[in-house]
Write a protein that binds this ligand. Structure first.
Ligand SMILES: Nc1nc2c(c(=O)[nH]1)N[C@@H](CN(C=O)c1ccc(C(=O)N[C@@H](CCC(=O)O)C(=O)O)cc1)CN2
Length: 286
């Protein structure tokens, strides 16, 4: 058996095509959505992701505003740029690229973002809205994963999902999305404190691997027929991506997201969705 591909590139392209029309409609009504980014430091991966976000904006007709600081930037300098983006009318939504350099209080920075401009869905107000089932921006990678599963017809309703990892961008929030009544999944969250990860994985209809540990998901631990989402991004000595999922899993699972080409492009597409939806709410006066 060889797993069917959960094709993030093609699915993201379809989302962007829909957004192009919605951005044009917003412009006709006098609102041009603009995505801001703040990159602190010169990590090549983070720079690549940020540049990709600006290319995406150009592709769908959105404006973009790019801010950068060196990795020696202080908490105060970072917060000053956040305040500037909060005030900047051309910037209708923005993100602070994570991770921030060591020594910076990330939560304090995220809390300073104007919740009305939170494009990542990572502001405490947005996460609180998600808990309360209220409308608001959803965290991009978790929402991208759900979209990818739905787009390929993978059943989420009633599925047992095992999430591996508890980081800010994925692990912490994806159980909140999956357990909404509209999704109706049962979720087990695993992390470094989980005693027998293999035993948990073997129960899963869907595995979300977001541990950042190369090949932590092994073929022998995957139930035949499962859907497996590979979120992990580690690099080998040549800079090539190594995911959390062992390549042999393709012989056991029914569905597998490639890495690259799976969850990453979906993360970027959902970011644009958040900015466009916020602009649509603003135009509708909500
Ligand atoms: N503020 C945020 N910071 C970070 C987030 C986030 O959602 N918000 N997530 C990740 C990085 N990330 C988005 O910022 C991201 C990761 C991967 C991709 C992507 O398209 N990856 C490509 C491969 C790229 C490569 O070769 O390196 C793919 O998977 O095909 C986009 C965005 C951490 N920080």
């Amino acid at each position: 058996m060889s797993a069917q591909i959960l094709d993030g590139k093609a699915t993201a392209a379809a989302i962007k095509s829909d957004l192009t029309a919605r951005v044009a409609a917003l412009k006709e009504r006098g609102l041009t959505p603009g995505l801001g980014t703040l990159l602190v430091g010169d990590d090549p991966g983070s720079r690549w992701y940020v540049n990709g976000k600006h290319r995406d904006c150009a592709e769908v007709g959105m404006e973009s505003i790019q801010r950068e600081l060196p990795d020696t930037a202080t908490q105060e300098e970072i917060e000053a740029v956040v305040r500037e983006l909060n005030e900047n009318p051309a910037c209708t939504g923005y993100i602070v690229q994570l991770p921030l350099p060591k020594g910076i209080d990330t939560n304090r920075v995220l809390e300073l973002i104007d919740p009305a401009k939170d494009a990542d869905g990572l502001h405490p107000m947005s996460l609180g809205r998600l808990v309360l089932n209220e409308t608001g921006p959803l965290p991009c990678t978790p929402n991208g994963i759900l979209h990818l599963l739905r787009h390929h017809g993978v059943e989420i309703n009633g599925a047992h999902v095992v999430v591996v990892g508890r980081g800010i961008t994925v692990g912490r929030s994806i159980p909140l999305l999956l357990t909404r009544k509209s999704e109706n999944a049962t979720v087990t969250q695993c992390h470094t404190g989980t005693r027998d990860l293999a035993a948990q994985l073997r129960q899963a209809d869907i595995i979300v691997a977001a541990a950042g540990v190369p090949h932590i998901i092994k073929p022998e631990d995957v139930k035949p027929g499962a859907a497996v989402l590979d979120v992990g991004v580690s690099r080998d000595e040549n800079g090539k991506i190594v995911g959390d999922v062992h390549p042999g899993v393709a012989e056991v699972a029914s569905w597998l997201s490639p890495n690259p080409g799976g969850v990453g492009p979906m993360t970027r597409a959902e970011l644009l969705v958040n900015v466009v939806e916020a602009a649509e709410r603003a135009v509708a006066g909500q």
